[in-house]
Design a binder for this molecule. Structure first.
Ligand code: GSH
Length: 231
């Protein structure tokens, strides 16, 4: 069983998509990051960076101790290696996948996260910051669109690199870009959106949102999420 310490955000969706695609049994354990649950000592023991997602594989191999993994890229790699799915076995295919997985972790995710922050969450509207991250989003979309010009998915076959990128493209309507000018990306997006496993993953997210009430962001959540210093 895979225990997923989870909240319905882009980084959380990556893991439920992968779990639905691989068919591994899993259980969702909500971590309400707007209420500070990411600072609970029990959670910090498995995710010292106080971020979701994190997983605990309760039976990595018959009779062995549970293993925990944090950082969505490491988790996707773990699940791909555990199941032998969505990460090509040959050297070239493996590195086609891994370089784009790391591109998502170091570029697409953080930059689009800042785009969302300055355009929608920051109490002060700073034109320089809004423009900086909107342009960077546009640049990254362009990189992905060119990559997809001559292949169906990012590494060729559908892999964990696609699962990492897709949830960050879902809110494209909020990112200030001109969606229709990225036709290869639109085709790729629609192909992934139609996958039954992806639809199941987002249905699980809705279950958590309904049960835990994740709609909107109040002042307390804003302080918790955006006021973090060393302590
Ligand atoms: N690099 C991390 C980023 C994870 C991340 O930023 N998670 C956000 C939700 S999408 C979070 O847990 N935020 C809690 C907080 O900021 O305290 C990953 O890919 O797993």
């Amino acid at each position: 069983m895979i225990d997923v310490h989870y909240w319905p955000t882009p980084n959380g969706h990556k893991i439920t998509i992968c779990l639905e695609e691989t068919g591994l049994p899993y259980r969702l354990l909500p971590v309400d990051i707007g209420r500070g649950a990411q600072f609970e000592p029990e959670f910090l023991r498995i995710s010292p960076n106080n971020r979701i997602p994190a997983i605990v594989d309760t039976s990595p191999d018959a009779g062995t101790e549970p293993i925990s993994v944090f950082e969505s890229g490491a988790i996707l790699l773990y699940l791909a290696e555990k199941t032998g799915q969505f990460l090509p076995a040959d050297l070239r295919g493996r590195y086609e996948t891994l370089q784009w997985l790391f591109w998502q972790m170091g570029g697409l995710g953080p930059m689009l996260g800042q785009n969302h922050h300055f355009a929608h969450y920051a109490s002060e509207k700073i034109p320089y910051a809004i423009d900086r991250y909107r342009k960077e989003t546009e640049r990254l979309y362009g990189v992905l669109d060119r990559r997809l010009a001559d292949r169906a998915f990012i590494a060729g076959p559908y892999t964990i690199a696609d699962m990492a990128c897709y949830p960050w493209i879902v809110p494209h309507g909020l990112q200030g870009i001109d969606w229709d000018t990225f036709p290869n990306l639109v085709r790729w997006f629609e192909a992934i959106r139609a996958r039954p496993a992806v639809q199941r993953a987002y249905a699980r997210a809705n279950e958590v949102s309904r049960a835990e009430g994740t709609a909107g962001m109040d002042e307390a959540a804003r302080r918790i999420l955006f006021g973090q210093g060393r302590r």
